[in-house]
Design a protein. Structure first.
Length: 111
């Protein structure tokens, strides 16, 4: 009796992306913006940070959708959508802040 070969699915390649701006959505509404962002990890588990951000007054945190836009010569060429949340501390007062803000997520896919 000959044993059948066992093949393992190849692990997905790691993600390591940077961009200029990304939107934060809650339901059908854009509620915030990230500037100069970086995302690392995989499609199922990722983390990242942004150098600047703006969030609306009273934003309590929780699950949101991130829309990361990759541009070439200023023109959008690819949008990634990710489910996740911002990690505290962050300031939600509708002002742009120059402090880094971190995020984590469990889904990242091409829109």
């Amino acid at each position: 009796m000959v044993a059948e070969p066992q093949f393992k699915a190849a692990a997905p390649p790691p993600i390591n992306l940077k961009g200029r701006d990304a939107d934060i959505w809650l339901g059908e509404s854009k509620i915030g913006v990230l500037f100069r962002w970086q995302v690392k990890g995989s499609r199922e588990k990722w983390e990242g940070e942004a150098e600047r951000y703006a969030l609306p007054v009273g934003f309590p945190g929780g699950a949101v959708e991130f829309r990361f836009v990759l541009k070439f010569h200023g023109e959008p060429v690819l949008e990634l959508r990710g489910s996740g949340h911002l990690l505290e501390p962050f300031i939600a007062d509708s002002q742009t802040h120059r402090e880094k803000v971190c995020m984590k997520g469990t889904r990242l896919e091409v829109a």
